[in-house]
Write a protein that binds this ligand. Sequence first.
Ligand code: SF4
Ligand code: SF4
Length: 208
Amino acid sequence: MTEPKETNMYGLGILKGLGVAFRHFIMTYVDDIRRWGKRYYTPEGIAYRSSKNAQGIFTVQYPEEKIPVPEEFRYIPFLIYEEQDGKIEYRCTSCGICAKVCPPQCIWIVRSTDPNTGRPIPDPAEFYIDIDICMNCGYCAEYCPFDAIKMDHDYELAAYDRKANVYDKVKLGKPVSYYASIRPINYEREETARREAEEMRTARKIRA
Ligand code: SF4
Ligand code: SF4
């Protein structure tokens, strides 16, 4: 006996849903006219469609459009290098801490050795990360004592070849200017700490 009532209830729900969809459909055109030339493919347009004020269709036209990621967004790690007189110098000292703390153990490091003494030198001969195994936890970056490894924002890493996802030192390497551009607040904080530590060391030397 309850069947006709339930059918009626569902029918109303469907109509309400269609009404919402129709309102969004119309509002998209209204908003297109209101924000002529600014609604799509502009940072302003993406910010508007990501906000609670968005009216009409608010989907982002990926990959032509991308939502900016926050500074603390993390995907896979990269190795920072400094550039001096056209020479590249990795900050990594191959201490191995990142490889030890990595939960899925996807970092491999081969240390360089002095050809004369055979002793290890603080520079990785090879550095690999299997980005298919990396779980994006960021532990490696958190624990690195030299700010040599940081988490990247780049998430478009699809590849046809599985082997292409084992990144070597060259593929992992990015200049410090890149790091400063994606994580300006972190970069500034670390540089300030470095400067202060350097000043303290100099002051201690002068006192001694
Ligand atoms: S990236 Fe950092 S923690 Fe990892 S080996 Fe290099 S210096 Fe050590
Ligand atoms: S982000 Fe986490 S899982 Fe990925 S390499 Fe670093 S420690 Fe390992």
